[in-house]
Design a protein around this ligand. Structure first.
Ligand code: URA
Length: 222
């Protein structure tokens, strides 16, 4: 791991999935350029499911007592606060089902951010967010965190809509150390949940070693 990647992995608001052999095997399959599309989708979905489950660990809970079928009281917890998903189109849409599988009837907003050809700045082209998003915790969905340009723009859009910075959980499969540090510095409340931190980016800002273009491989538009 490079020193920058190690810095990210140790950051208190950066949460790496447990680096189990299972996760490493799933990630090896999706990183392999010879993996066929159906397997890419299947194994990406498995990693997404793990990420969403991990993300839910960072939501607040309150104490709750129930009675078991044995007639015995049990002191447990229940989730406090409502959530929603926001996917960054198009690749982030691949993560929506994973969220729905875990949180039935969850509300999901979308944003489309692209680089303006004139200014080269990430520009918002479309957004549709739940009306009460300011009162929710937001799971921000984008599989690859490269420079962080789109994700930063999206977090700004969420904040303008009233979302509290520390209510944003950004979920991705692979991040570049530069992108992750940039986001964590820019938003001192936001948390990132990721499966792996890579080494860096190439001159086209693709993550290395990475897995190529996630959206193209997932949606079959290579
Ligand atoms: N988006 C991708 O799909 N892949 C990368 O490597 C970077 C951004």
């Amino acid at each position: 791991m490079s020193s920058l990647a190690a810095q990210v992995a140790e950051h208190p608001r950066f949460h790496l999935l447990p680096q189990s052999n299972q996760l490493k095997a799933l990630m090896t399959i999706i990183r392999d350029k010879n993996t066929k599309r159906s397997d890419f989708v299947f194994y990406s979905d498995r990693v997404i499911r793990l990420l969403v489950e991990e993300g839910l660990n960072y939501l607040p809970v309150v104490e709750k007592e129930v009675t078991t079928p044995m007639g015995v009281p049990f002191k447990g917890v229940s989730f406090e606060g409502r959530i929603c998903g926001v996917s960054i189109m198009r690749a982030g849409e691949s993560m929506e089902q994973g969220l729905r599988d875990v949180c039935t009837s969850v509300r999901i907003g979308k944003v489309l951010i692209q680089r303006d050809e004139r200014t080269a700045l990430p520009t918002l082209y479309y957004s549709k967010l739940p009306k009460d998003i300011a009162d929710r915790w937001v799971l921000l969905l984008d599989p690859m965190l490269a420079t962080g340009g789109s994700a930063i723009k999206c977090a700004e859009v969420l904040k303008e809509a009233g979302v509290k910075e520390d209510h944003i959980l950004f979920i991705n499969l692979i991040c570049s150390p530069e992108g992750a540090l940039h986001m964590l510095e820019k938003f001192p409340g936001l948390q990132i949940i990721s499966a792996e931190v890579d080494e860096g980016m190439d001159e086209r800002k693709f993550i290395l070693p990475g897995l190529g273009d996630f959206g193209d491989r997932y949606f079959g538009t290579e």
